[in-house]
Design a protein around this ligand. Structure first.
Ligand SMILES: C[S@@+](CC[C@H](N)C(=O)[O-])C[C@H]1O[C@@H](n2cnc3c(N)ncnc32)[C@H](O)[C@@H]1O
Length: 248
């Protein structure tokens, strides 16, 4: 199974690609509806997404319905991978975690053989090196959503410590858990979940799978600098997100 959709023409990259004169190309493995994709696009990448399921709301430039463990990795400047987290997530009861396959290590083994920089994203508790740890409060979002990032270039950055000054939303599971309602004092609507994530095109299930695009924009910019390319956006994590709010 490998169905292809081309979603928009490739836009010329400001600096000009060394080979094609186009934006550098990123591959987003396990893309779902494209939370990570959106941030990579903002950083300056043309993004191809791969997911085993159809993704009618995918926001990237090109989509393939295919298995991320066999999809060809050639022809990309950067690879992002977000294998499913249910096996490692605190939200999954211990006894049920073994029902979910370990796709993280097979993904890492593939990426280690790739000749381009890559990033794996997953939840705290996943068996991975956390080169970067990001949470919503560090990018000005009113959401508690900590994620680990393992990068081939072993990224390191001084980012704000996690510090939630106000009640924040957590987007977990498929409804609104009672502890989230109790903490907030209200039952968030889909609009409030979307605002908390900085995502306006996903349904509730897709939101629970996604990362805020601000995370992948930040790392995508680092990847472009590592590749010797100029990112399309600049600024600290907080400035980047405030800029995004001003644009929208
Ligand atoms: C955690 S979600 C990714 C979320 C995405 N990074 C975002 O920010 O929106 C994991 C996705 O992996 C997909 N998936 C599971 N097994 C897969 C496989 N073998 N190949 C490709 N995609 C797969 C699921 O359908 C799901 O959409």
């Amino acid at each position: 199974m490998n169905t292809t959709r081309s979603l928009s023409p490739v836009r010329a990259f400001h600096q000009g690609s060394c080979v094609t004169g186009m934006r550098p190309r990123a591959l987003d493995l396990f893309c779902c509806a494209g939370g990570a994709t959106k941030g990579l696009q903002r950083a300056g990448f043309h993004v191809t997404g791969v997911d085993i399921r159809p993704q009618p709301r995918y926001c990237g430039d090109e989509f393939h319905q295919a298995d991320a463990l066999t999809f060809p990795l050639d022809g990309y400047d950067f690879i992002w991978a977000s294998p499913p987290c249910q096996r490692y997530s605190m939200a999954t009861p211990h006894a049920r975690r073994v029902n979910h396959p370990d796709l993280l290590d097979p993904t890492r083994q593939r990426l280690l053989r790739a000749r381009v920089p890559w990033t794996i994203e997953n939840v705290p508790g996943a068996p991975m090196r956390a080169d970067l740890v990001l949470c919503g409060c560090q990018v000005g979002l009113k959401i508690r959503r900590k994620r680990y990032f393992e990068t081939s270039w072993q990224a390191f950055d001084l980012v704000y410590a996690c510090n939630h000054e106000h009640p924040v939303v957590s987007v977990v599971g498929h409804g609104t858990p009672s502890w989230v309602r109790a903490q907030l004092g209200y039952n968030p609507t889909i609009m409030q979940y979307r605002e908390a994530m900085g995502i306006d095109w996903m349904n509730r299930n897709e939101l629970s799978e996604a990362i805020p695009p601000a995370y992948s924009e930040f790392i995508g910019r680092q990847a472009l600098e590592y590749l010797g390319r100029a990112p399309e956006t600049t600024g600290t994590l907080m400035e980047q997100n405030n800029g995004e709010r001003l644009r929208s």
